[in-house]
Design a protein around this ligand. Structure first.
Ligand SMILES: [Fe+2]
Ligand SMILES: [Fe+2]
Length: 358
């Protein structure tokens, strides 16, 4: 391939890195571009598994028939050597290389003649894997191919690091949300699973409505956090065994407003924006009789209507201080009585579908 074409391929790789967010998809795209740019027969991205002391194939173009990922010892063959030394290798003829493991290559049913292998580094000089290209369609790999592949390996290292950080951030955020909702639910043993249940029903309704996965994930977080404002409601009101007085009920209703205040102080990512306003609207009713703002009809966002149905269903079926939990069918009769006046009929249908009821 002419140098100009290679440059084009490199630019395509840079574009892919900027536009593809799924790590697996991104690595596939990069390796596809590399195979074409270097006119190679096959290409492999090996990543290091420090726990097992192995290199495993994150992407193996030409090995698609392989039942699962291929794993090799971290010091085996040419790839193992590049991983250990962190020095690239350009082999015109594998038969003349003392490090080449024919036995390893034969495992895959493909014995290459020419190979180009470079390390993939993480910032801080830690080697996290290698990229190997196998066999040129015409001729063999040459030393002047190395710098170009090294340039791509740098980008791969950065992309993998970004994906790792993104995952770590996501895990950290999810554990924070879980800890917050567990702390909230722990205030009252009788409602211990309320947040988790609402998250579960809301996700189920979202799936039945064929919402995109990102929205279903949104509903999970919202379900876990919707009642976070109950932290501001006095324990005596929260756990009162009998009916609430009008004054106590007014205090209980305040939790929606408190939820909005608390959640608005969390810096949510773009995909979770509006969490504070919508999650706090889970007690709004279509006829305008709900709280905190008395919104009506279309003014109540779909996600808030979903949360409302999930919240009421769990509240009815769980035992509370003032009554025992209803069986599913009885709770659905109550919900039907509130539909379509107060609850969204489509969301109620979706809940029933999720519960396996026609
Ligand atoms: Fe609530
Ligand atoms: Fe709730």
């Amino acid at each position: 391939m002419r140098p100009g074409h290679r440059l084009e391929r490199l630019i395509q790789i840079s574009r892919a890195i900027g536009s593809i967010h799924d790590e697996r998809e991104l690595m596939l795209a990069i390796m596809r571009h590399l195979t074409t740019a270097f006119s190679s027969e096959r290409s492999t991205l090996y990543l290091h598994d420090p726990v097992r002391g192995e290199l495993w194939t994150r992407v193996a173009q030409g090995l698609e028939h392989w039942p699962s990922e291929l794993r090799i010892p971290q010091d085996a063959g040419l790839s193992g050597r590049v991983f250990q030394t962190q020095e690239p290798m350009c082999i015109a003829d594998t038969l003349e290389s003392s490090c080449f493991s024919r036995r390893l290559a034969e495992q895959t049913g493909y014995v290459p003649r020419s190979m180009l292998i470079v390390p993939v580094m993480r910032t801080g000089s830690q080697c996290i894997g290698v990229i190997q290209l196998l066999d040129r369609r015409v001729g063999y790999f040459r030393e002047d191919d190395v710098p170009l592949l090294e340039a791509v390996a740098v980008q791969v290292g950065i992309a993998l690091e970004n994906a790792r950080l993104h995952e770590a951030q996501k895990r950290q955020f999810n554990s924070f949300v879980k800890a917050l909702s567990t702390a909230l639910d722990a205030r009252d043993p009788l409602t211990a699973l309320h947040s988790a249940n609402v998250a579960n029903y809301a996700m189920g309704i979202g799936e039945m409505l064929c919402l995109p996965p990102a929205d279903v994930e949104w509903l999970k977080i919202a379900g876990l956090l919707h009642d976070v404002g109950k932290i501001g409601v006095p324990e005596a009101v929260l756990t009162k065994a009998g009916r609430l007085t009008p004054q106590e009920f007014a205090e209980m209703k305040q939790h929606a407003e408190y939820s909005r205040n608390i959640l608005s102080q969390i810096e949510f990512t773009e995909s979770l924006k509006d969490m504070a306003v919508i999650a706090a609207a889970h007690h709004e009713k279509l006829d305008g009789s709900g709280y905190p703002d008395g919104l009506a009809g279309e003014a109540i966002p779909l996600k808030a209507r979903i949360l409302a149905v999930a919240d009421i269903y769990d509240a009815l079926t769980q035992t509370r201080h003032y009554r025992i939990g209803m069986p599913m069918h009885e709770a659905l009769v109550v919900i039907d009585g509130m539909t379509p006046g107060q609850l969204d009929a489509t969301c109620v249908r979706a809940l029933k579908a999720f519960l396996g009821i026609r």
